[in-house]
Design a protein around this ligand. Sequence first.
Ligand code: BGC
Length: 793
Amino acid sequence: MTDVDALLGRLDLPAKVRLLTGADFWSTVAEPAIGLRRMVLSDGPAGVRGESFDERDPSLSLPSPTALGATWDTDLARRYGAALGAEARRQGVHVVLGPTINLHRTPFGGRHFEALSEDPTLTGALAASYVDGLQSHGVAATPKHYVANDAETDRFTVDNRIGTRALHERYLAAFEPVVARAWAVMSAYNAVNGATMSENPLLDEPLTGTWAFDGLVMSDWGAVRTTEASALAAQHLIMPGPSPVWGDRLVAAVRAGRVPESVVDDKVRRLLRLASRVGALGPPPSADPTAEDGRAFAREVAAAGTVLVRNTSELPWDAGTIRSVAVLGHGASLARTQGGGSATVRPSAVVSPLDGLRAALGDDVVRYRMGARVAEGVQPFAQATITNPVTGGQGVRAVFRDADGTELLAQDRLASTLVWLGPEVPAGTDHVELRARWAAPAGTHRVGGAGVGAMTLTADGITLLDTTTTLPDGAGPGAEIFEPPGATAPLDTAGDPVDLALRLRPRVSSSLPAVAVTLGEEIVVDDPEAEIAAAAELAAGSDVALVVVGTDVESEGTDRTSLALPGHQDALVRAVARANPHTVVLVNTGAPVLLPWRDEVAAVLLGWFGGERFGEAVADVLLGEREPGGRLPTTWPATGSESAVLTGVPDDGVLRYEEGLHAGYAGWLRSGEVPAYPFGHGLGYTSWTLDALTVDGPDVTVALTNTGTRAGRQVVQVYLSRDDSSVERPARWLAGWAVVDAGPGGTTVRVPIDARAFRHHDGSGWAVEPGEFTVHAGFSVTDTPLTARILTG
Ligand code: BGC
């Protein structure tokens, strides 16, 4: 191990402080004098993007963390982390910015898809395994965002007021087992109980104090706002750089005696320790251990996380007897395979449900109709439909120019939605142009662009658009990348290719430049009812129907304002279900949505954002090649207006976690409201009975029987409750679980119960109330036929 103290002693104060702010968007500062190389940081958490959003350098895109949460499978979570570790090593990345372990406090949360579950114990266990897998490759994990970044509204400034017990028993509890092994942690943008997290006392206690976290706390991007308060807190690295917030100002504060130099030394020690752990200091990392096939793994996780919430003996379909399948829904062809924001990666290819079914059953069996539009605004063109006018190959020509029109940078890109950050934006940029020849089908289209600034678009040299787009007031940093406004104009084509040229003059900040631009088309349905009728007709003439429904936007930066499916999708499902009794709905969202027709269809599958092999996994599950292995990691509401459905909307800058301990399923149990589907629910393709529960020391043993004829997967869940408690408690809480893969017949499974399941926080520390706890075992939080008692104290 590197002698960190010896190296520290060779640096003077300015040299030490220099290391504590990032070099640029995605890397830390090198110090050749002590052999310190730069460390590359990359988002996370469902892929490793690398240092740019560049589709020419593709990354593995795994199913969204909600899908991983739905597996309840710590072995799979370890492999998920390991697959990302291999990806990171392949791309020269030392630190992955994930997993995201904020809790699903509200289904409206824009980053819900990116987090694992509503339960701290489930989240903590899965994330700990993810971290182990990732770090086994010598790549640091960065669990984020510490703590309580559970919604996006006013995310930079919101003050989340959380009672001591809920803070410790829920939000910090999810972090505790994860930071026990992680080499880095990211502090959050938001404040908790009055102090912004980049300078909050929670960084000292419990994180670096009681929990003895010896890694590095990096800021969320741009979260550090003060020099001294943040330096005096256990906040160790400012990202990204350059930033004036520490630098010379911190050197001056140390020299003036306002910040002890020992505080700087502690930060540098942690940075050097991290560098030595990831091979940026001392010997470079040894060769990458053998990695499994990431793409095959993506397909496996997507199926393992798919939750079958309803099945009236419809699924699995028999590929041998089905002669025609009507596939309907915008998302069937334009699948959402990942959520929006910093978690986005650029995979080499994406398999949509339509592609997956066609590959499995043949083009002659599978017939498609959109039925209802989902994605609004300008969507990038499919790569196969655009030709670069310079190379003649697929894609677009992107050129940056200065005010005189001199070319500063030219790139041949494959995608027509592009992002450049930091030094990727050439100095002196006045505007960026995207040019492509589009193979437009005959008809009327709405073509256009998305981006912030003055925009023109020409088609075959004729100006279609000349406008200026702006962000709405109050849009947060990053909005120009995550939610760029768009503009479109009508274009009639007779079927001949069209030469399109989009020119955007972006507003570029000199400190942290960012340019995002999209050239594409907005899908418009002139007569939604006729489109639905055509879809229903296709379904009526087919053996079975699959409707894929989904959300338009789920992204970092904004919370959703409604849980209803956008557009005409509910009407589409109902019309198709009326036309064909064998209608299966695949819900392609990262977070809960309302399914008001759920009892009117033959089966409902929740496929989440299924990653780059989504469509193959969908076909595997529909045709019974694989078990839909998932169980809900989060309660799905029925109407969205139940009192148990919390919101993330602050009042005057303050968001009160008034529910205290009663969030998630505990809130539903307390209110007595009935959700659409409870926490832990999910069906497989076989049937099970629960036979016996025995308490055996710290663990419990459950006997169960697969009463069907095929092998299947079940998740045996164990909850605790406490009658006549002297302290307030949730109605019940998850204490342990076991994933069982078993063929027909009886089986016995041991479910370990962590001693922490019995503790509560008494305001000053952890305590265990002596007496009897009730153990409930079953297949969801509300389906627990077996009970037993455990005595403590
Ligand atoms: C997000 C982080 C992310 C960082 C870098 C921030 O806006 O909140 O989760 O890691 O950007 O992309």
